[in-house]
Design a protein around this ligand. Sequence first.
Ligand code: PAF
Length: 284
Amino acid sequence: MTKLIHDIGGLTREPGVVRAFVPTMGALHQGHLDLVDASRALVGPGGQVIVSIFVNPTQFGNETDVSQYPRTLESDFAQCEASGVDIVFAPSVSEMYPGGTQTSQYVSVQPGPLGSILEGVDRPGHFAGMLTIVAKLLNLVQPNFAAFGEKDYQQLALISHMVQQLNFPVKVVGVQTRREPDGLAMSSRNTFLIPEQRTEAASISRALFAAQAVEGNIDAKLSAARDALSAQITTSYLVAMTPDLSRELVGTENATQGRILFAGLLGSTRLIDNVPLGGVNPDE
Ligand code: PAF
C-alpha cells in the first residue's frame, strides 16, 4: 500500500531498508514512471521507492509560472500506487521553506559555472532553486539511490556535481528520456501546447535524430538539425557539448562522444530535449 505523507516527520527511515528516491513536481507521465521502475529495479521488492511531489517555487522565474504549473495530486498518487511506490511525499511550501521563499530568506546551493550556461542563460536562479530543493529532499529522504531523467540533462549533470562535490551519500542514476510515438520528449509542459503547436513540437526530436544520423563533423550535424526544425520554433540554443557539459564541441571537430542539446520557444512554451551525439554513448 502506498502511503501519502505531507510532513517531514513521516519520512523517518527504518534501519536497514534500502531506499530509492524520485523527486518530481507532479503532473506525472510515463517518463516519471520509468524513474519509478528504475528505482524499484535498484532496491528490489524489499526496498522502498519514494516519490516526492512538490512544485518548488524557488526554481521558477516568476509567480505566474509557479501558479500555472499543473497540480494533479490525486491522479499522481493513483499512478504511484499502481506503480508500486511505497511513499509519496507531498509537502506544503511552508513545510519545505519555513522561513519563506525569497532568496534572502533561506540558505541556497549555488550551481557554479555549469549553472550559468544553456538553461542558466535564460533562467537565472533556476538551478540554484532546483539544487537547493534537491539537496533538502535528499537530506530528508536519505536515499541510497536518486533517479533523474536524462531529458533535463543539465539538471542531471548539476545534481551529479552537487552530490560529488558536497559529498552526499547517494548514487545518482540517470534514466533515458521517454518519448511520445512521434518522438516528442515527454514533459509536463507538453500539456501547454495547443494542437497545432503539438504537431510542430515533434520537429525537435526529428532535428536531434537528424543530427545524430549525420556521419560528419559538428557543423554538419547541427546544420542537419537546424534544417529539420519547424520555423514556428524560436531556438534558444542548439549546441553539441562534451558528455559532462564542460566544453562546447564546435566546427570541424569529429567527436564521437557528447550530447546535442536544444531549447526553444513554441508560442510561450519553452521546450528542451537532448540526445547522445552519435546514437548510444558507451560512457553514459
Ligand atoms: O525535474 C524536476 O521535476 C524538478 O526540477 C526537481 C528535480 C523535482 C526539483 O524540483
